[in-house]
Write a new protein. Sequence first.
Length: 249
Amino acid sequence: MKYQTPSRRGVRLAAAVAVTAAASLTFAACGGGGSTGSPGAEGSASGGGGEKIAVTLITKTSTNPFFIAMQKGAEEAGKANNVSITTAAGKEDGDEATQIQAIEAAVARGDSGILITPATDGVNPAIQSARDSGLYVIALDTPPNPADVVDITFATDNFKAGELIGKWAAAQMNGQKANIAMLDGAELGEAIAAHPGDVEAAFAAYEEVMFARSEAEAVAAHETIDLIFGDGAPNGLVNLFNGTDQDVN
């Protein structure tokens, strides 16, 4: 592909899309929350005045909390940077057909860019077609194969993250030996077996179940902490042991 010096508007477009992409991925990685939409559904969030850039965010699903947070991050970044955001998602992991439809819709709508967590390599031709039509395409979280099918990729390094977590855990032990077990390891093993040769897809399938379960556990943990240390303490804890919802004076 022959490189051409980008125009001033092209640079502004790339910068706006990149800012939105970075904010989206950062928000998701930090565990931000948001409301869900139906799989494959599309919506928009508009920014302030001036020339508006339109960008479509396409995630693998709309039910995984990571992707929900990613959508919220993109919408908030869009509002802050005068970028109109349309969201779309596959109905399930590996749903390349819905992603391809969303890519084609972005081109037909005249969008300036696409942010996508590619479901499979099957979306590559549609991505290339979008780029040929002048759209700036950024991959999020999942590096495409080949890497140059998109303009740029923003993704976390899972291996590096594992190393950093291990170093942090080791530092907490102050030189003492420890055995560290991975919870739900069997489910991860099943996910890897179900997605041979595609570790990213295995992690996505595993996380979709794990995050939902973790969210419920986090809510329960918060309620327990509030029960013990909240404004109503120790009455709430006494009520729990007594099997009553009445305040204890």
